[in-house]
Design a protein around this ligand. Structure first.
Ligand code: UDB
Ligand code: ZN
Length: 194
């Protein structure tokens, strides 16, 4: 199983390197990598397992982060409407972006970054993604339209595949600047608590 020690940290060359396309049909080795990545996410959000192994609860993981330069990522989280988005992606490609931007009001973090980073990351609010999905032992090609929080998680992981960290996207001179076309992600639960 993947532990925190297996997660590559900021400064490492693999996190600055573009990952390679995965050859299809999926090899047994690549399939096992994807399953292991998925297991990490599930273990990390299981209170007992994450406590026992000291895992940081995660909503996404890219293969670069476990030292594998292949275009695979796993993401799992709920959107603003409490719909679960759980995807094991192979060779994802963004085929269109919105001009509108969005951002997490508290900024982003990363399993590979151990320090507190102040600054906002503005990303397209909507993306259309063409990807292979691994589901129930099968690989199928789909087109997904992702928006708001889920689009942020996807783009954060997609950046890893291209050797980009969220810190690279923070405006160095004005880290808390908000462009006129960017609006914060609003979580439904937080809204209801007001
Ligand atoms: C995460 N989780 O998994 F807005 F309820 C982060 C860590 C680094 C803090 C564990 C996270 O941001 N969870 C979260 C965010 C919310 C509301 C909420 C829970 N990642 C994954 C990662 O590092 N992948 O490479 C960082 C996220 C920051 C923005 C998207 C991915
Ligand atoms: Zn990350």
């Amino acid at each position: 199983m993947i532990l925190m020690n297996d997660i590559v940290r900021e400064g490492a060359e693999v996190l600055k390197t573009k990952a390679q396309e995965v050859k299809l049909p999926l090899s047994v080795e690549d399939e096992q990598t994807l399953i292991k990545m998925n297991e990490y996410i599930l273990n990390s959000i299981d209170p007992e397992i994450s406590e026992k192994y000291g895992l940081r609860g995660a909503c996404g993981l890219a293969a670069n982060q476990i030292n594998i330069l292949k275009r695979m990522l796993v993401m799992r989280d709920y959107d603003e409407n409490n719909q679960l988005h759980h995807y094991m992606m192979i060779n994802p490609k963004i085929i269109s972006y919105s001009d509108e931007l969005t951002y997490l009001p508290g900024g982003e973090g990363c399993l590979s970054v151990d320090r507190e980073v102040v600054g906002l990351v503005h990303r397209p609010r909507k993306v259309t993604v063409k990807t292979y999905l691994y589901e129930n032992g099968e690989v199928k090609e789909v087109t997904l339209r992702l928006k708001d929080y889920i689009a942020i998680v996807f783009q954060h992981e997609y950046d890893h595949l291209n050797g980009i960290l969220f810190v690279d996207r923070i405006n160095k001179d004005f880290p808390l600047n908000v462009p006129e076309n960017s609006t914060p992600v609003r979580f439904k639960r937080a809204e209801e608590e007001k």
